[in-house]
Write a protein that binds this ligand. Structure first.
Ligand code: CP3
Length: 358
């Protein structure tokens, strides 16, 4: 392996943990669980630590990013930390004018819509990744045996923000661009793939034991558009860590029709949202791929017995796959009572439903 000798995976520190066991289709002692967006606004200690610091400034302040990453691990006893950062951090590091507007999301100073706009995009200098490497190193030093998951945005989801210039519901502009100007689209998606790939690789070399590629908005694509204009770029992003022994998770929402293609892009595990049951996801994946998911975030505030019955269903569905990492179908809603998540982790850890076929 080309990992540094003190890397948590190479030294064996995180190799025999439930997360790594499930991701490599070995039998964990208990089902591993983490939550997308486990760090963030659902935690009072997060709001306290962030204070008035702008989101992207917080991401680029190594001790703050490390502290925020560790908060949910301490509080909930989850089986992994997810690096506190954002899918648009690589854009900022490249010098693109981007902000995260509270309550809204990523907004660009100038949208990227033409071949000339794409050609003018700056490349990330390796030195610019230093705050990321520092934050990851600080985090894994504190995490001990708990693995850190690194992440990046998939090219479609990142490019959707770049073309629209901000959040959108249907992502019409990037979907038009891939047909109306496929060369400009390919150049943009390739730029995003290289930026996300460099971001992923920096996190892994600095100590992350697994990675997740977020294609949150891929569900707005037809299967044809995904195959013709998108999946190759996602494969490029995932290939940035293909020579390193880290399991790769590929996640999207509304992607029931895309699961096989997402796996074939180069992922060891596929993240599934709440819209299809895990037994059906496993069937669509041919029964040979580790799955992650898919507790419906809508059930978090429901009465405990109703939530637990839903979680039992999720665990039963996941137990049919070669491995199962328990997660939500999408991120923790900011209004979530953090105690519900802490209790959920104990409930899942105590579950007697076998996790994966092992
Ligand atoms: O805990 C974690 O999951 C790690 C951190 C993380 C953040 N963003 C922190 C964040 C991760 C993995 C992301 C990924 C991300 N960012 C995605 C993919 C995941 C998904 O939810 O689908 C997307 C689409 C983005 C873009 C983005 N950044 C959005 C839509 C928002 C929310 C805007 C808002 O205010 O509602 C952000 C901001 C953001 N990223 C916050 C956090 C904790 C909120 C910042 C705040 O405290 O105001």
């Amino acid at each position: 392996a080309n990992l540094p000798t003190d890397h948590p995976l190479r030294s064996g520190r995180t190799l025999e943990t439930p997360l790594l066991q499930a991701l490599t289709a070995r039998k964990p002692a208990h089902p591993p669980v983490w939550f997308m967006r486990q760090a963030g606004r659902s935690l009072p200690e997060y709001r306290e630590a962030r204070g008035q610091t702008a989101m992207l400034d917080a991401c680029l302040t190594p001790d703050l990013a490390a502290e925020i990453t560790l908060q949910p691990v301490r509080r909930h006893n989850v089986d992994a930390g997810i690096f506190f950062s954002d899918i648009v951090v690589p854009l900022r590091l490249a010098g693109v004018d981007v902000e995260i507007v509270p309550g809204k999301g990523p907004v660009l100073g100038t949208p990227v819509r033409t071949a000339a706009d794409v050609a003018a995009l700056p490349e990330i200098d390796d030195d610019a990744l230093e705050p990321i490497r520092e934050a990851v190193a600080l985090t894994v030093a504190e995490l001990g045996e708990t693995p850190l998951i690194g992440f990046a945005g998939a090219p479609f989801t990142v490019a959707a923000y770049m073309v629209e210039g901000g959040p959108s519901r249907d992502h019409l502009l990037p979907r038009t661009m891939m047909h109306a100007d496929p060369e400009a689209w390919d150049a943009l998606a390739n730029w995003a793939a290289r930026a996300s790939g460099a971001f992923l690789r920096a996190q892994v070399l600095a100590g992350a034991s697994a990675v997740q590629l977020f294609d949150s908005w891929a569900g707005s694509l037809s299967v044809h558009d995904y195959l013709d204009h998108v999946v190759g770029h996602s494969a490029t992003a995932l290939s940035a860590v293909a020579d390193l022994p880290v399991p790769r998770i590929h996640f999207g929402t509304g992607t029931g029709e895309l699961l096989g293609a997402m796996r074939d892009a180069g992922a060891e595990a596929v993240g599934v949202d709440h819209r299809i049951p895990l037994e059906e996801a496993n069937r669509r994946l041919g029964g040979r791929t580790v799955v992650q998911g898919n507790i419906d975030p809508a059930l978090l505030p429901a009465p405990t017995d109703i939530l637990h019955r839903h979680v039992d269903d999720v665990l039963r569905g996941g137990s049919q796959a070669p491995g199962h990492v328990v997660n939500l179908g999408h991120g923790v809603p900011p209004s979530t009572d953090p105690n519900v998540l802490t209790d959920l982790v104990s409930y899942i850890h105590a579950s007697t439903v076998a996790s994966g076929r092992g």
